[in-house]
Structure formats: C-alpha cells, structure tokens
Design a protein around this ligand. Structure first.
Ligand SMILES: Nc1ncnc2c1ncn2[C@@H]1O[C@H](COP(=O)(O)OP(=O)(O)OP(=O)(O)O)[C@@H](O)[C@H]1O
Length: 262
C-alpha cells in the first residue's frame, strides 16, 4: 500500500514544521455490530505546509470523513491527528472549537454567506466574532488576490455564484489560518467560475504561502494541486505529484478498471 508519510525536515522552517497536518493510524468507524462502517482504515498522511493537496477517490471512499477528521470537525475512533504541533485528537470541545476558529479556514460547496451582510462584512465576520482586528494590509491583499475590490459593498444576492464563492475564499484567507480545507469548493459553479476560484486558491498557495487541502471529484480541479491523494475503502492507495488533468483522469480510469476485475 502507498504511504503518504514524509520524512520530517529539520530546521529552516522558521518555527513551524514543514508538516501542517499529520494523521497517524487514524480509524473512523460509524455504527456498531452488523451496521458498523469503517470509513477510515488506519490512515497515515502528512499534509505539507505551503502546498495544495487534493483528496480524490470514489463515492464513499472516506474523503469527506478524512477532511472532517483532519480539520477537527469530527472525532476519530482511534489514532492521532496533529495540526502543526497540537494533537487535536486529545483536545476537549472548547479548546478544539477555539483552535478551529483561530487556525483553520473552511470553504464548502455551499457558500454559507450571511445575506444581510455585505461582502466585506462577510469576509471579516469570523474575525469579528473572535474579537480580532483584521490586519488591513493583509485583508487588502486577499481582496486584491480574489479580485473583489470593487464588490465589497455588495450583498451576496447582488453577486454571481462565482463572486459569492470568491467572498467565501477571501473569508477563509482573511484570518491567515494555518490551513484551509475545501469540500468540493467549486462543486456548485460553472466551469469558468470554478476555474477562477481554483486559480485564486492556487495563487494563495504560490503568493501567500497558504496551505490548502481540497476534496474533489473533478480531475481538472485536482490538476491545480501540487499533490493528489487517492482514497479507496478508507485507505490511501496512491498519490500523484504535479498532476495534469489528463493524468488524474487516466489514474481514475485505472482504478475503475481494477475495481471491476478484482
Ligand atoms: N454519519 C455517518 N453514519 C454512518 N456512516 C457514515 C456517516 N458518514 C459517512 N458514513 C459512511 O462512511 C463512508 C465514507 O463516507 P464519506 O462521506 O467520507 O465518503 P466520500 O468519499 O466523501 O463520499 P462522496 O464522494 O460520496 O461524498 C461511507 O460508506 C459512508 O456511508
């Protein structure tokens, strides 16, 4: 079986380690007895800092479960998950909530914007709730990066779907989280708006040194990543570096063919 674990680098990382998120022997089972489903089966993975990682695999292979466990949105049955140096699998609810709020960003398929707030207010909302003042220079850079400078006073209903998702991307980036998780972030968009969002995510990795983990079914979306992890039956079965959409598609066909013959 493929191992998605990297030998840790020592030194030269300015205090934070080269690995932004780490899973060790993670098992997630739902239900018990006859209805028990093992969604994650002893998963080991390292998510490298400042990289864009895509998680792919057939429906039901455990992609969302892995993302939710890595992000501290769901508990594990056994095993350990670290975000940077913090073992989140040991944290109590209140501490975990705070860590998620302070260090993790999320972008979902549904944009989850508040309709009564304008774009700028939506972007700064998580920081407002946390009582943190936004870093204005950074905020301007984020707004510039996602191309929203002339839309900040607009409410979500006055924005296109693609623009609304740009607001959601800016909201995730604004607090400078250690890591951003996206669950099919372009799933609700047409291919042009989707490409735009993926371009912004790519730029936030290249220009803002953001770390991004994205679950996707789409080979084109995965081709924006530096690395693609493939899940099957709750295990990481393969990975690909610097993928093209064509290579990702070929690999998926390969898995399908093997699935049918085994
Ligand atoms: N709350 C739950 N209770 C019981 N079983 C669950 C629950 N959530 C997920 N599962 C099961 O765990 C397995 C993995 O689900 P998961 O949603 O992680 O898959 P996925 O790869 O994200 O699928 P998809 O691509 O269809 O979204 C599936 O067999 C699913 O039925």
């Amino acid at each position: 079986m493929a191992t998605a674990v990297t030998t840790p680098k020592h030194g030269g990382t300015g205090g934070s380690s080269a690995v932004a998120a780490r899973a060790r022997q993670v098992v997630k089972a739902y239900g018990s007895g006859e209805t028990r489903v093992v969604a994650l089966d002893h998963v080991d993975v390292d998510i490298m800092r400042g990289r864009f990682t895509a998680i792919m695999g057939p429906s039901g292979s455990g992609k969302s479960t892995l993302m939710h466990c890595l992000a501290g949105l769901d508990t594990v049955t056994s095993g350990e998950i670290h975000l940077d140096e913090t073992e989140i699998t040991r944290l109590k609810d209140a501490k975990l909530t705070r860590l998620r709020r302070d260090r993790v960003g999320f972008i979902f398929q549904a944009f989850n914007l508040l309709p009564t707030l304008n774009a700028l207010e939506n972007i700064t909302l998580p920081m407002d709730i946390a009582g943190r003042a936004p870093d204005t220079a950074w905020l301007n850079r984020v707004v510039e990066t996602v191309g929203l400078a002339d839309r900040l006073k607009h409410r979500p209903s006055q924005l296109s779907g693609g623009q609304q998702q740009r607001v959601a991307v800016a909201r995730a980036l604004a607090s400078r989280p250690d890591i951003i998780f996206g669950d099919e972030p372009t799933g609700n968009l047409d291919s042009r708006s989707g490409a735009e969002i993926l371009g912004f995510l790519r730029r936030s990795v290249d220009e803002l040194a953001q770390t991004i983990v994205m679950v996707t079914h789409d080979p084109v979306a995965a081709s924006y990543a530096d690395r693609v992890l493939y899940l099957a039956d709750g295990r990481i079965v393969d990975e690909m570096l610097d993928p093209t959409a064509e290579q990702v598609l070929d690999r998926m066909k390969d898995f399908d063919a093997r699935g049918r013959t085994s």
